[in-house]
Design a protein around this ligand. Structure first.
Ligand SMILES: NC(=O)c1ccc[n+]([C@@H]2O[C@H](COP(=O)([O-])OP(=O)(O)OC[C@H]3O[C@@H](n4cnc5c(N)ncnc54)[C@H](OP(=O)(O)O)[C@@H]3O)[C@@H](O)[C@H]2O)c1
Length: 284
């Protein structure tokens, strides 16, 4: 039986299929969307759907994705949506990402995320990358301090090893891990298994392999056809079946793709289909 929700704590339980905002800014995750109203419309659709787990970062744009989230949140009056954001990356241009783990800057970034999202506290702050130039204890430590100050509820990591998680857990509880993982990229199977054993949310980025899985042929397309579904929906359904701690966050700038992706949570895969799909991957 596939779990529909994941519980971060007694007050914070989310539907497992979420949404990632990285496709909302301009090309190279830089600057505004060519049609900013369309980006806010996507966010409106997200907020008015069952999706209540949204992943963003001030680095997306920078700031444009957060601003689209804030604009949509302004008019939204429904149930609480969990906004997960990230700190630890600076941007110098399209597709250019430079980690910066100076704890003073991380503190400023938490404030920038709060302001740009229009929130008083952040449900989940994730360290986007560990910066080797600063001690881990300082990078995670400043986020732990801000948790004590009430600005952050949960702390997560991104693109880390099991050793990194265990080192960070010595400083503060780690609620989530966001690593690259999808049907055909399973390098981090070990980290996923660790997260599963410790009830840590595992948030796979590139859940659609940046869209490649949406246009797949072969067995993935065959299984999709049998379910009258799309390959993207089957790739997401596989993630949802793979482990109950997985929270996929497919990114899209297209409202129709968003609705199509969310329908993946209604697909039930048989054990045989799971085996067939799992065999497509490159697990180590
Ligand atoms: N922690 C990290 O280091 C990290 C790194 C990268 C991403 N992320 C997070 O992970 C999220 C997901 O990653 P992602 O957005 O880069 O990649 P993704 O979800 O694997 O794929 C997004 C791509 O797939 C296309 N797509 C989405 N749904 C589709 C559908 N139903 N049919 C056809 N094409 C579809 C999108 O184009 P359209 O816009 O045309 O739909 C876009 O080009 C991001 O939004 C971000 O929140 C985190």
């Amino acid at each position: 039986m596939v779990a529909k929700t994941f519980k971060f704590d007694d007050d914070l339980e989310v539907n497992r299929l979420g949404y990632g905002t990285m496709q909302l800014p301009g090309k190279g995750v830089w600057g505004p969307n060519a049609n900013p109203k369309a980006a806010v419309d996507v966010m409106d659709a997200v907020l008015n759907s069952d999706v209540n787990f949204i992943d963003t970062a001030d680095a997306y744009g920078p700031l444009f994705a957060n601003d689209y989230v804030r604009q949509a949140l302004q008019d939204y009056e429904g149930a609480h949506k969990m906004i997960a954001t990230k700190v630890g990356f600076t941007r110098q241009g399209p597709d250019v990402w430079t980690p910066l783990g100076n704890p003073d800057y991380l503190r400023q970034q938490v404030e920038i995320n709060l302001f740009s999202l229009g929130l008083e506290s952040l449900d989940l702050i994730q360290l986007h990358r560990i910066d080797p130039h600063y001690p881990l204890a300082d990078q995670v430590g400043v986020l732990a301090d801000m948790k004590k100050e009430g600005k952050v509820k949960h702390i997560g990591l991104s693109q880390v090893t099991i050793d990194d998680i265990e080192a960070a857990q010595k400083i503060t509880p780690i609620a989530s891990v966001q690593n690259r993982y999808n049907l055909t990229d399973r390098h981090d199977e070990g980290v996923l298994n660790y997260a599963d054993q410790h009830h840590i949310a595992f948030i796979p980025w590139y859940p659609l392999a940046t869209g490649h899985l949406a246009t797949a042929t072969g067995p993935l397309a065959d299984i999709a056809k049998a379910h009258r579904a799309t390959p993207a929906q089957i790739a997401l359904a596989w993630l949802l079946h793979r482990s109950d701690v997985i929270l996929p966050i497919p990114g899209t700038s297209n409202v129709n793709h968003f609705f199509s992706n969310t329908a993946a949570s209604r697909i039930t895969l048989s054990a045989e289909e799971m085996t067939q799909l799992t065999n497509l991957g490159d697990a180590e």
